[in-house]
Design a protein around this ligand. Sequence first.
Ligand code: ADP
Ligand code: MG
Length: 321
Amino acid sequence: ATPAATMVGTTIGAQNGVLFKGGDVLERAKDVDTVVFDKTGTLTKGEMELTDVVAFEDGEAVTGGETAADGGELAAEARRTEADVLRLAATAESGSEHPLAQAIVEGARERGIDVGSPEGFENVPGHGVTATVGGDEVFVGNRKLLRDNGIDPDSAAETMERLESEGKTAMLVGRRPADGSDGELLGVVADADTVKESARDAVSALQERGVDVMMITGDNERTARAVAEQVGIDPENVRAEVLPEDKSDAVESIQSEGRKAMMVGDGVNDAPALAVAYVGTAIGSGTDVAIEAADVTLMRDDPLDVVKAIRISDATLAKIK
Ligand code: ADP
Ligand code: MG
């Protein structure tokens, strides 16, 4: 494009909250044939809320689940309660800044639970947290986290699958006592996120243009597919359980088929993927690291601005013909 056309395109972009980092990207955007959306914070609002707590004892669910952290109907006085599970999960998570963790802590406080501080705490990126609470080792996270720590998550399979097929992120809570006795599954907690209002329209506008729309997430397959369905993304185009450090490899592998991919993301996790993408697009409310790595920044939180970015590129290049 001529310098004048580039200037016009950049200005129109800025007026629409679409910031292009230079003329090159303004020219490239129109050729994008694949858009890869990060899930959390990009297609969804990233505002997690605690929705379910299920207590397990001896490999069985002892409570019903849905939001009832107040104990619910207990089979027997001595049985573990939802409040027990939630208190422990929230205490373990209180040191984490992960949105999933913050929702658990806030959800516990809202339900009148006194959230303590763990004696020790460690993030296990892409899997969960391990913490020391009352001398015991407590685990909150995905199936792999529990398995890696010698706790079999299979008895919670049905509960996990039910919650995940509702699009929720279900997390297992386990404990290994200080006395060295066997680890035990204590329960399941679930957080839900909400899909952004315009996510579905953005996906269908891109598809109408002939662009392949994909989704990438660290979340599990079943939750990812449920969210994909809500926004109109083909389940085949979902890449789930992608570890933070593997997101850029996933984008590179998509591009190795000769595709020109736009990656759209908001998190620190997404920065390497934004950098390797043909066009990296950051959501403006996202982290600075993501914005720095990206070629385009969307000042609003609106997924429809992805379509706008491509259209502005179209229009800018059309002017020189
Ligand atoms: P995303 O790509 O959605 O931001 P992450 O890579 O951060 O996801 O996490 C992937 C999965 O690991 C989550 O879906 C969850 O099951 C588990 N996980 C990560 N952090 C935590 C945490 N603080 N507490 C519990 N589970 C977690
Ligand atoms: Mg994200």
